[in-house]
Design a protein around this ligand. Structure first.
Ligand SMILES: NC(=O)c1ccc[n+]([C@@H]2O[C@H](COP(=O)([O-])OP(=O)(O)OC[C@H]3O[C@@H](n4cnc5c(N)ncnc54)[C@H](O)[C@@H]3O)[C@@H](O)[C@H]2O)c1
Length: 295
C-alpha cells in the first residue's frame, strides 16, 4: 500500500490550486488518483470551494474501471478519519463539542463527532455567522437522533473552555481561536489546514498539546501548516509528532495516556483513504447495477 505525496499546481490568478493524489492499496488490488481543486472564493459564487473527481485503476489490469464524483467521497473519508481519531483519542466522558467552520466539509465532521461520542451540546462557529446558524439549525433537525443540542455561537471565549472535542475545518490562514482557552483533557482535530502557509491552531496550543498524531508523517511534514509554521519558528521540532493514527489503531503506540492530556489529530488527507472509500462505493455500485458503462 502506498500514498504518494500530492502533486500541487497553483493557479495564482484565481487564488486556486489543484491537487493530484495517487495511491495504491494492494489488499484491495486497486489504485487511483483523486484530482481535487480548491478555490476558496467559489463559496461566494455559490459553488463548492473544493471540487474533486476520483479515478479508480484496476490493480490486476491497469484499466481505469471507474470515474466518480470525489466531492462527497472527500466528505465521507475526511469525516471518517476524524471520527476514527476522536473515537480513539477523545475522553470517553466527552460531552461538549466545538466545530469551527460551517462549509462543505462541516456536516460529515459534525456527524463523525456525534457518532463516536455522546455529546450533549455542540457549538458551531464560523466567521460568517449565517453559515453557522444554517448548519446548526439543519443539524438540530436532521441529526436529532443523536440527542445533542447543536447551536451556532459567537462567544468563543465563553464556550471554548467547556469543549471536550474541538474540530477545526476552515480555510483560515490565521489561528481560529486562542489556544489558552482549551481545557485540560480536550481532544482537538485540525482538519482544515493542508498547505504549509495555512493555520487554524496557534503556536501556543501546538506546543502545549501533550500528544500529536497525524494521518501520515511524511504528508504532515510537507503540508500541515499548523505544525510546519511552529517548526519554522522553532516553537516545536518534528519530534513533537508522536506518531500516525494508524500506529495507535494497530496497537503499536499508545494514544491518550491520561484524562488530563490534550490530544491533537492533525490531518491533511491522504490518497489511500480515497482509494479505500471509492473502491467500496464502486464495488457496491457494480453489485447494485448502478452507474453508466463507458465505451
Ligand atoms: N484534512 C483533510 O483531509 C481535508 C479534506 C477536505 C478538505 N479539507 C480542508 O478543509 C477546509 C474546509 O473545507 P470546506 O470544503 O468545508 O471549505 P468551505 O470553503 O466550504 O468552508 C470553509 C468555512 O470556513 C469558514 N472560515 C474561514 N476562516 C475562518 C475563521 N478564521 N474562523 C471561522 N470560520 C472560518 C468560512 O467562512 C467557511 O464557512 C479547507 O481548507 C479544505 O481544503 C481538508
Amino acid at each position: 500500500m502506498f500514498s504518494l505525496a500530492a502533486d500541487l499546481w497553483r493557479v495564482p490568478g484565481h487564488q486556486g490550486q489543484t491537487l493530484y493524489m495517487p495511491a495504491y492499496v494492494d489488499a484491495l488490488d486497486m489504485g487511483g488518483v483523486k484530482i481535487v481543486s480548491v478555490f476558496p472564493s467559489n463559496i461566494d459564487r455559490g459553488i463548492p470551494s473544493v471540487q474533486a473527481t476520483m479515478v479508480l485503476v484496476d490493480g490486476k489490469t491497469g484499466e481505469v474501471c471507474s470515474i466518480m464524483d470525489g466531492t462527497y467521497l472527500t466528505q465521507l473519508r475526511t469525516g471518517a478519519a476524524q471520527g476514527a481519531a476522536t473515537d480513539i483519542l477523545a475522553r470517553e466522558d466527552s460531552r461538549v463539542g466545538a466545530l469551527f467552520g460551517a462549509g462543505l466539509q462541516a456536516w460529515s465532521q459534525l456527524e463523525a463527532m456525534l457518532t463516536v461520542r455522546r455529546l450533549a451540546t455542540v457549538y458551531v462557529f464560523d466567521r460568517e455567522k449565517k453559515r453557522a446558524t444554517e448548519l446548526a439549525d439543519r443539524a438540530q433537525h436532521e441529526l436529532a437522533g443523536y440527542g445533542a443540542r447543536i447551536v451556532a455561537d459567537s462567544s468563543v471565549d465563553k464556550v471554548l473552555p467547556l469543549a471536550d472535542v474541538i474540530t477545526t475545518v476552515t480555510t483560515s490562514k490565521v489561528p481560529v481561536f486562542d489556544g489558552r482557552l482549551v481545557k485540560e483533557g480536550a481532544h482537538i482535530n485540525g482538519v482544515g489546514s493542508y498547505t504549509p502557509d495555512m493555520q487554524e491552531l496557534d503556536e501556543y496550543l501546538v506546543k502545549r498539546v501533550d500528544r500529536v498524531f497525524v494521518d501520515s508523517r511524511d504528508a504532515a511534514l510537507a503540508e500541515a501548516g499548523d505544525l510546519i509554521i511552529s517548526m519554522k519558528h522553532g516553537t516545536i521540532g518534528s519530534d513533537k509528532i508522536d506518531g500516525e493514527l494508524g500506529e495507535v489503531i494497530s496497537g503499536n503506540m499508545p494514544g491518550r495516556r491520561s484524562k488530563k492530556e490534550i490530544t491533537l489529530f492533525k490531518t491533511v488527507g491522504i490518497a489511500v483513504e480515497d482509494v479505500v472509500v471509492a473502491t467500496a462505493a464502486y464495488r457496491r455500485a457494480m453489485t447494485a447495477g448502478l452507474g453508466v458503462r463507458l465505451q
